[in-house]
Design a protein around this ligand. Structure first.
Ligand code: FES
Length: 236
C-alpha cells in the first residue's frame, strides 16, 4: 500500500504577476477510501495555506470541486486517491478563465444555464394541491434532474472550447432537456424555438467527452440527441 501521495498541483496567483506553474506536494496516505479532496485539504491545512480551491459538501452533491485530475475532469471529493497514477496532476477545469490556482470563473457557465430558463412554465391553472405526474412521466426525468452543475461535462467538450460563447454546452442542454421531457411543463415549443440554432444546439458533434466526464454518470449526449429529435419531429 502507498503511504505517501505525490501530487503536482496547478498554481496561479494573478496578484504576483508570476506565470502559472505546477507545484509538487507530498501528502501522507491518511486512510483507506481517502479521496483527492482529502489530499487537497491536507495541503491547505498542514502544508500550504495559500492553495486555493472550491469545495463544500465533500459528498458529490454540491458540484463545487470539479477539477481536471490526471487529464480527466471529475469531482475531487468522490475520486479515490488510491487509484490515481502518481504524481497526481491536478489542474483547473479546462477552457475556463482561472481566477486563482484551481478556482475558475463559472459566471459564463451559469449564464448559459439561465438561458435555458430552468423552471417550470405552465399556463393552465394550478390544481388545488400540485401538478401530478404518472409514474411513467416521472420516470422520464430520471437521468436528467440529477445534474449538479459541476461543469465537468461542459468543460470537457471541444465544441464548447471552440464556440463556448454561442454553443450552450452539455450541462445547459441536459437541463433544457430535463424541462422538455417534463410532462408538467407546457412550453416545449417555446423551448425548442430557443434552442433551434446552428450554434446554441447544433455545435454538438457527439464527441461524447461529456458522457465520459460526468461524475453522476449522466448522458448529456443522449439528452442533446433527444432535443434534436424533438425538433425534427415537429418539422414533419
Ligand atoms: Fe460538493 Fe465535491 S465538494 S461535490
Amino acid at each position: 500500500m502507498v503511504d505517501v501521495i505525490r501530487l503536482s498541483v496547478f498554481r496561479y496567483d494573478p496578484e504576483t504577476g508570476s506565470k502559472p506553474s505546477m507545484q509538487s506536494y507530498e501528502v501522507p496516505f491518511l486512510r483507506p477510501g481517502m479521496k483527492l479532496l482529502d489530499a487537497l485539504n491536507y495541503i491547505k491545512w498542514e502544508l500550504d495555506g495559500t492553495l486555493t480551491y472550491r469545495r463544500s459538501c465533500a459528498e458529490g452533491v454540491c458540484g463545487s470541486d470539479g477539477l481536471n485530475i490526471n487529464g480527466v475532469n471529475g469531482l475531487a471529493c468522490i475520486t479515490p486517491i488510491a487509484g490515481l497514477k502518481q504524481p497526481v496532476h491536478v489542474r483547473p477545469l479546462p477552457g475556463m478563465h482561472v481566477i486563482r490556482d484551481l478556482v475558475v470563473d463559472m459566471d459564463h457557465f451559469f449564464d448559459q444555464y439561465r438561458q435555458i430558463q430552468p423552471w417550470m412554465k405552465a399556463t393552465t391553472p394550478l390544481p388545488e394541491h400540485e401538478r401530478l405526474q404518472s409514474p411513467e412521466d416521472r420516470a422520464a426525468l430520471d437521468g436528467q434532474y440529477e445534474c449538479i452543475l459541476c461543469g465537468c461535462c461542459t468543460t470537457a467538450c471541444p465544441s464548447w472550447w471552440w464556440n463556448g460563447d454561442r454553443f450552450l454546452g452539455p450541462a445547459a442542454l441536459l437541463q433544457a432537456n430535463r424541462w422538455i421531457v417534463d410532462s408538467r411543463d407546457e412550453a416545449m415549443g417555446e423551448r425548442l424555438d430557443q434552442l433551434e440554432d446552428a450554434f446554441r444546439l447544433y455545435r454538438c458533434h457527439q464527441i461524447m467527452n461529456c458522457m465520459e466526464a460526468c461524475p453522476k454518470e449522466l448522458n448529456p449526449t443522449a439528452a442533446i440527441d433527444n432535443i434534436k429529435r424533438k425538433i425534427l419531429a415537429r418539422k414533419s
